[in-house]
Write a protein that binds this ligand. Structure first.
Ligand code: SAM
Length: 222
């Protein structure tokens, strides 16, 4: 099985059973998940599992998130037309490719330069032109292109990093897993002027967000 193997049925089944079956309703998200070939973003030995209902290892101790979680987090952003989005944790580049179908401009930050390089190559191979991958500590955000209409963090933070709140546009949404190993909740923060409305969405299990406003290298396993 290679990248050219036809996975259309697996992909359609994923959308039907894992997304529609769990109440993902945003048509733009469903269309994006139907069109982005997830099997390009996983390791060759896991290609046959690309559309299965779970996360997969992508090397360097990291993972590509479960399809349902990718869809849920994208839906929670409630992106308007011509949105500019910041993603923290590029990983394989799959989430960025989904966002690229819906938003105008995506800035995706990855701390691991090898993963960033691989994600860039995959996105290029698929002709995705509106994603810029930057190597940096994403816990500080990416002030260069702020403010963002949506910010999505795909690694768990001990708390919501203040710079991310500051880089959010008015009425923008920040979607982020908050907590430690074994005790995390997906949260959504909506900016209303200088105030934020926030809600807890669901328990989740992400790898750690490291960095200045994230976990310190030796803290995660405590
Ligand atoms: N969104 C990814 C995808 O679609 O494949 C999955 C991301 S993976 C669950 C989490 C990623 O966050 C890892 O690639 C990890 O290296 C990255 N990460 C962790 N801390 C980071 C930080 N401070 N800045 C940028 N990336 C970070």
């Amino acid at each position: 099985m290679n990248e050219e193997t036809n996975y259309t049925h697996e992909c359609e089944r994923m959308v039907r059973e894992q997304l529609l079956g769990r109440d993902i309703r945003d048509e733009r998200v469903l269309q994006a998940m139907k069109h982005v070939p997830r099997h390009y973003f996983v390791l060759p030995e896991h290609r046959y599992l690309a559309y299965s209902d779970g996360p997969l290892p992508i090397g360097h101790g990291q993972t590509i998130s479960q399809p349902y979680i990718v869809a849920l987090m994208t839906e929670l952003l409630e992106l308007k037309e011509k949105a500019i989005v910041l993603e923290i944790g590029t990983g394989s580049g799959y989430q960025a490719a989904i966002l690229a179908h819906i938003a105008d401009e995506i800035h995706s930050i990855e701390r691991d330069k090898d993963l960033a390089q691989r994600a860039r190559a995959t996105l290029k191979k698929l002709g995705v032109k509106n994603v810029s991958v930057h190597v940096s500590d994403g816990s500080k955000g990416w002030p260069e292109n702020a403010p963002y209409d949506g910010i999505i963090v795909t690694a768990a933070s001990p708390q919501v990093p203040q710079p991310l709140k500051e880089q959010l546009n008015n009425d923008g949404r920040l979607v982020i897993p908050v907590g430690s190993r074994g005790n995390q909740f997906l949260e959504r923060w909506i900016r209303r002027g200088e105030k934020f409305v926030h809600e807890q969405i669901a328990p989740v299990a992400f790898v750690p967000l490291y960095g200045e406003y994230g976990w310190k290298d030796d803290q995660w396993d405590w």
